[in-house]
Design a protein around this ligand. Structure first.
Ligand code: PLP
Length: 432
């Protein structure tokens, strides 16, 4: 009983489809949007890259979180994707928010979210931002060094502080421990200083690295955090919250969550009364966004015999745009054919295969003048792609748009078509 309800930056609203799988609902939204473009006569930019955002997927991820980590309250890491409708959905689901800057905090407060649902999880904060959060009553924040403690004592002595400890992040996509985290031989001194400055340490936080792949990293971090809880008690701090950070990937989530859940049950059992929170980003955002890109140019590469041509195709988004995730987040987005030769192929691999042969080799490039702007070195499709055709890329919601630039004058503002493939989530967004 799926449905969709679409509105984009231009405020369009379409009808609903019944009895489709989430993939079909996304496919339908992609198809409608592309078929509405007259590729021969459209205005400049009408064939720009666009996103389909499926809020139903966010809802399903939230249920998955609650099933696997029922004791851990998620504070969504806004940095991952600050899309307003995504944040509205998460707020309606009751999550908190992990913010890294004044802008993110303002965005979340503007939604009417209580300051107590925000953690300013940035161990090295700007003085003026600290004064700002003090004026707004956003009390929870992290620290990991003595200079930061002195800064907080000066600008926000009433803050509720989480001591961020170092973790083994060697298996993660984006390592963070080079930059942040107190080593276990420094925590005693930090707690003593916090006490001396009259500050209020309320918890411990850690982050095993963004896009983590070793579940044991969570186990060790929880064990270390427990040790710091005990150490804090010797300084007179009765810590009440453990923040287990982010790093959760959709693919390995059940395994990761299983190890984390067991570690939490061992070291922070329910009867301990300790609150548990986390800062997942990609887990909620990645799979909810599908990106569609238009083929703007093609270069034919003949082999020596003049047969077996391969092609370089240039699309209207690249490494300097939403594919910034290739550079910054070490991703390999996989192109799929949406439309070729005027035919819509989304979700119909059979139709694509029916085109026959072993396939044609392509490399896929972004639109800027820089040679590093390559999305895919080699991929084969059965269909012949040409200018005006469309590709799509799934799992493009995390660390994509937020780090896109306007290099070469290409816009980094793209339409988002919002759909909801999950009937149970519809009321949360007021789509009735
Ligand atoms: N919390 C902090 C402090 C982070 O630095 C990050 C990512 O860099 C996150 C949470 C979110 O990580 P992820 O998207 O891998 O869950």
């Amino acid at each position: 009983n799926a449905f969709f309800n679409r509105h984009d930056h231009h405020g369009h609203h379409d009808g609903q489809a019944v009895g489709q799988s989430p993939k079909q609902v996304i496919g339908e939204a992609l198809r409608q949007r592309v078929e509405n473009i007259d590729h021969e006569s459209c205005d400049p930019g009408e064939e720009d890259t666009f996103y389909i955002a499926d809020l139903g997927e966010v809802y399903r991820q939230h249920l998955r979180w609650k099933r696997n980590l029922p004791r851990v309250k998620p504070f969504y890491a806004v940095k991952c994707n600050a899309d307003q409708t995504l944040l509205n959905m998460l707020s309606a689901l009751g999550t908190g928010f992990d913010c890294a800057s004044k802008t993110e905090i303002e965005q979340v407060l503007r939604m009417g979210v209580e300051p107590s649902r925000i953690i300013y999880a940035q161990p090295c904060k700007t003085n003026s931002y600290l004064r700002f959060v003090a004026s707004k009553g956003v009390r929870q924040m992290t620290f990991d060094n003595p200079d930061e403690l002195r800064k907080i004592a000066r600008f926000y002595p009433d803050a509720e502080l989480y001591l961020r400890i170092l973790t083994d992040d060697s298996s993660s996509l984006c390592r963070l421990s080079l930059k942040f985290g107190a080593s276990l031989d420094s925590t005693d001194g930090l707690l003593a200083l916090a006490r001396e400055l009259g500050l209020n340490v309320v918890g411990v936080s850690f982050h095993v690295g963004s896009g983590a792949s070793d579940p044991q990293a969570f186990h060790k971090a929880v064990r270390d955090a427990h040790w710091v809880f005990q150490q804090a008690a010797t300084h007179g701090f009765h810590l009440k919250t453990l923040d287990v950070g982010g790093g959760f990937c959709s693919d390995s989530f059940e395994e990761m969550a299983g190890v984390l859940r067991n570690a939490l049950d061992d070291y922070f059992p329910a009867h301990s009364g300790i609150n548990l929170i986390a800062e997942p980003g990609r887990f909620y955002a990645s799979s909810a966004f599908t990106l569609a890109c238009n083929v703007i140019a093609r270069r034919t590469i003949e082999d020596a015999s003049g047969r077996d041509a391969s092609y370089m195709v240039y699309i209207n988004d690249g490494l300097y745009g939403n594919f910034s995730c290739i550079m910054f987040d070490h991703q390999n987005p996989e192109a799929k054919v949406l439309r070729a030769g005027g035919r819509m192929l989304y979700n119909t691999p059979a139709a694509e295969a029916a085109a026959g042969g072993s396939g044609i080799e392509y490399s896929i490039w972004g639109p800027t003048c820089d040679g590093i702007d390559r999305i895919t070195e080699s991929i084969r499709f059965h269909t012949e792609l040409d200018v005006g055709d469309w590709l799509y890329f799934e799992n493009m919601g995390a660390y994509t748009k937020c780090s896109a630039t306007t290099f070469n004058g290409f816009s980094n503002e793209h339409d988002v078509v919002y759909i909801c493939s999950e009937p149970g989530a519809r009321a949360l967004l007021g789509w009735l």
